[in-house]
Design a protein around this ligand. Structure first.
Ligand code: ZN
Length: 150
């Protein structure tokens, strides 16, 4: 576990220990299940849409600290956003984790989500951090009722 010390920045520790929005929504507009078999993370994302706006979003699941912190920070980040804005965040977050965006371009719009930047150095953990976002996207697009990082 020693190598993970670098990952656990304060904001990630906080959200892993005290996840925000960790609950079900009784009457979600949409929901999706995500699975990361490599680590054993499973997550369900619930959405309540009002028009194009994400009026409420929550998650349930079991998994490692990174996946839990990601679910907490993802739901906090996209609540009140439009679906297009959520898609923008997904792209920026994914680019940061995979290193496909310019270094300078990523941190600004991501806010607290930038705490996950260090995860890029640990490819196996990238899937833990991405899982909630892929699941959100599945719920938004209804392209799949369940997603897997494999
Ligand atoms: Zn994990």
């Amino acid at each position: 576990m020693a190598e993970l010390g670098d990952l656990y920045q304060q904001v990630i520790i906080d959200h892993a220990k005290h996840p925000r929005n960790l609950r079900a929504i009784a009457d979600p507009t949409r929901s999706a299940v995500g699975d990361n078999p490599l680590c054993g993370d499973r997550i369900t994302v619930y959405l309540r849409l009002e028009g194009n706006v994400i009026a409420d979003v929550s998650f349930e699941g079991s998994g490692c600290a990174i996946s839990r912190a990601s679910g907490s920070l993802m739901t906090s980040a996209v609540r009140g956003k439009t679906t297009a804005e959520a898609e923008e965040l997904f792209r920026a977050f994914h680019a940061m984790l995979t290193g496909t965006a310019g270094e300078a371009a990523t941190p600004a719009p991501l806010g607290k989500l930038a705490a996950f930047a260090g995860v890029r150095q640990f490819p196996a953990r990238v899937k833990c951090a991405n899982l909630s976002w892929h699941t959100l996207r599945a719920a938004l697009t209804l392209s799949a009722e369940s997603v897997s990082t494999e």
